[in-house]
Write a protein that binds this ligand. Structure first.
Ligand SMILES: Cc1cc2nc3c(=O)[nH]c(=O)nc-3n(C[C@H](O)[C@H](O)[C@H](O)COP(=O)(O)OP(=O)(O)OC[C@H]3O[C@@H](n4cnc5c(N)ncnc54)[C@H](O)[C@@H]3O)c2cc1C
Length: 391
């Protein structure tokens, strides 16, 4: 078995193959020279200066695998994976776990991104009182970086194309709450503002104005790199397309993590998430199916983000038409918000500082969309599990 991509999803695939008793050869191919490491802490504890190293436990000898780090897969043909350094790896099964890469803005000026440990260490070294930092994008990474940068005394401006932060993920009501977090933290958040180009010394904005900056960080999203799969028989659109069993259109080729969109029976469509939880769990299913199983990957999506001193957790998947039920006051340090569909069934929740509500709601979501009593949900003194209606 060959695994392309030595991030969390690639490493987990290797571990799962061994945990499931596979005794054959495994080669793990990773473009980065570093052994596998975790990314969520890069914009949190690493950026805050609390830790420098996010390595995942990795012992190729104990796993009995061949690790080829610093080698990028560059072509796939006739059951052989080729790498840019001239390697050729025949396989019976291949798992694609190549993640995604930050999207960049147009323009000749210097722009940084935050994807790798080296990106994080270099960026952290620049943070200082008075630094004029412009961040393009008020998503998860933009918000977390802004949090660390203001704590370091930087003057932070975040430019967001949409009318609110994280709008697509959390909807307008929660996004309005998040907008206030920026202001309360002293971050200048400019909404509905496009960037025309990155120039030396700042950003040329779409409205014709100029934003001066000492450093520019682009955090407008990430996309899988797919050009190397051209002609391979692996069907791609903006990502690698898989079945519910995480198989691609090419025989014996599977895909997991950020690079893949899987067919979800639960939601009736293909889904791609850049969520740590997906990279952790999809490899369990991929490994089982590489070994001849027929397991289905269909989780309740989950992500968290730590921004402006708050732990934010989201589970499920809501539609814009779902009804929102608040649990507690969103102006307070702790609150929740639940989405219910037209039949009164729970579709998703977002919780700030109340992890126990998340645990209970995830159980309800996993069990199938439970009908819930909105009044009970709205009352923080009633446990979330007790809001489920039975019968
Ligand atoms: C700064 C940051 C903060 C985050 N915070 C959160 C969070 O708070 N909560 C959350 O849920 N998620 C978070 N995420 C998302 C989460 O980290 C990702 O979903 C997860 O890392 C995806 O794992 P992966 O293994 O699929 O991809 P990756 O981690 O991207 O690993 C893929 C690896 O494959 C390598 N590769 C790429 N192309 C090739 C090739 N052709 N050949 C060989 N190797 C290749 C890459 O170099 C990379 O090392 C964060 C991500 C970042 C960047």
């Amino acid at each position: 078995v060959v695994v392309a991509g030595a991030g969390l999803a690639g490493l987990r695939t290797v571990e799962q193959l061994r945990d499931r008793g596979f005794g054959g050869g495994i080669t793990l191919i990773g473009a980065e020279t570093r052994p596998p490491y975790d990314r969520p802490p890069l914009s949190k504890k690493v950026m805050a200066g609390v830790i420098d190293d996010t390595s995942l436990p990795f012992d190729p000898g104990a796993l009995g695998i061949t690790a080829r780090l610093g080698e990028a897969a560059c072509a796939l043909e006739d059951g052989v994976l080729r790498t840019a350094t001239g390697g050729a790896y025949p396989f019976d099964a291949l798992v694609l776990a190549t993640g995604s890469e930050p999207v960049r803005l147009p323009g000749p000026g210097a722009q940084r991104t935050l994807r790798t440990l080296d990106d994080a260490l270099a960026l952290r070294a620049l943070l200082r009182p008075g630094l004029r930092l412009a961040i393009a994008g008020a998503g998860l990474i933009g918000a977390e970086l802004a949090t660390a940068a203001v704590a370091a005394g930087a003057q932070v401006t975040v430019v967001e194309y949409a009318p609110a932060p994280m709008l697509a993920a959390v909807g307008p009501d929660i996004a309005a709450v998040m907008t206030r977090w920026y202001a309360d933290s002293g971050v200048d958040l400019r909404l509905a503002t496009g960037v025309s180009s990155v120039e030396d010394g700042g950003l040329a904005l779409a409205d014709g104005s100029w934003l001066a900056a000492d450093e520019v960080v682009t955090a407008i999203g990430a996309r899988p790199r797919l050009d190397w799969l051209d002609g391979s028989g692996v069907h791609t659109e903006t990502c690698v397309l898989t079945t519910e069993r995480l198989e691609t259109s090419a025989p014996g080729v599977f895909a997991v993590g950020d690079c893949a969109a899987y067919l979800s029976g639960r939601y009736g469509r293909r889904l791609r998430f850049e969520h740590w939880d997906i990279a952790l769990h999809a490899p369990e299913v991929a490994a089982a199916n590489v070994l001849g199983g027929s397991e289905v990957f269909d989780p309740v999506p989950y992500f968290w983000t730590e921004q402006f001193g708050r732990m934010v957790q989201y589970a499920g998947l809501h539609s814009p038409s779902d009804r929102l039920v608040w649990r507690g006051d969103p102006a307070e340090a702790k609150f929740g918000a639940f989405w219910l569909d037209a039949d009164g069934r729970l579709t998703a929740l977002l919780a700030v500082g109340v992890p126990k509500d998340v645990v209970q709601a995830r159980r309800l979501l996993l069990a199938g969309r439970a009908a819930v009593d909105p009044d009970a949900l709205a009352d923080p003194s009633v446990p979330v599990r007790a809001a489920a209606l039975t019968g």
